[in-house]
Design a protein around this ligand. Structure first.
Ligand code: ZN
Length: 257
């Protein structure tokens, strides 16, 4: 079985080398590793140099970090994107959950817009974080071509109806352990498995956050296997088949068109 961890932050794990090897032994052999702020970007890129094409680096400014940046940071971001052909852009997006930014729509939009322009200029996929801010993201889905052609909404926890809007624009949806706790998870999975949704489904750990075993547990990428099996149970689909689908979709997401 081969598995693709579509979203994680392995540079935040103390023993990331060990975690990667452990995960590989279970067949988890691709990881999109996200950097969230300037101090993170170089570490993520180094990790991908160290482990080759197993690690797909993502560099971007997370909405939680937007208040600490200036124009120079965006110059650096553009330089890193330009000089790292395999880098995708993430994680970026909108957040109305964290108190320090929940009412800062203008700043969040400004930072998001700069980054989607970079994605279009260098033809890179983006990784979107959206927490309690579906109305803000919706504006980008209404109009054609506002978002770059390839994007994923990671750790999806919106409604099953909103999925239709994302799929219509060609977006991917990545599911983490948080889907296991949602009441509406059966509806979400039903929607994802029909029509074109099946070609846009991804799974992720978001390691070291979002452990399926509780808030205080450190999530490592080997837990992707557990997440896969639990999602397969809810969706009533064979876990090998789900692994194959999500692996193929992951490769498609990172492919240079
Ligand atoms: Zn993340």
């Amino acid at each position: 079985m081969k598995l693709f961890d579509a979203h994680c932050h392995l540079t935040e794990l103390e023993e990331y080398g060990k975690a990667i090897i452990e995960a590989q032994e279970l067949g988890i052999n691709r990881f999109i590793v996200n950097g969230t702020s300037p101090k993170d970007w170089q570490r993520v890129l180094k990790l991908s140099e160290q482990f080759g094409d197993k690690i797909i680096p993502a560099v971007g400014l997370h909405p939680w970090d937007i208040l600490d940046v200036d124009a120079q940071n965006f110059d650096l971001l553009e330089h890193l994107i330009k000089t790292n052909r395999n880098a995708v852009i993430g994680e970026i997006g909108f957040d109305r959950w964290k108190p320090h930014i929940k009412n800062r729509f203008d700043e969040q939009k400004q930072v998001f817009d700069i980054q989607i322009e970079l994605a279009k200029k260098y033809n890179r996929p983006i990784v979107i974080h959206c927490l309690k801010a579906w109305g803000w993201l919706q504006k980008y889905l209404h109009e054609k071509d506002l978002l770059p052609s390839k994007f994923m909404v990671h750790s999806y926890n919106g409604s099953s109806e909103f999925i239709g809007k994302i799929l219509k624009r060609g977006g991917y949806i990545s599911l983490s352990s948080s889907i296991l706790r949602l009441n509406k998870n059966k509806d979400i999975l039903k929607r994802m498995l029909k029509d074109d949704g099946i070609n846009r489904l991804l799974i992720e750990t978001d390691s070291p956050s979002l452990s399926p075993f509780g808030k205080h547990d450190i999530n490592t990428p080997k837990n992707l296997l557990y997440i896969l099996e639990e999602i397969a149970k809810i969706a009533e689909i064979d876990s090998n088949e789900l692994a194959e689908i999500t692996y193929k979709n992951g490769l498609e997401f990172i492919k240079n068109d």
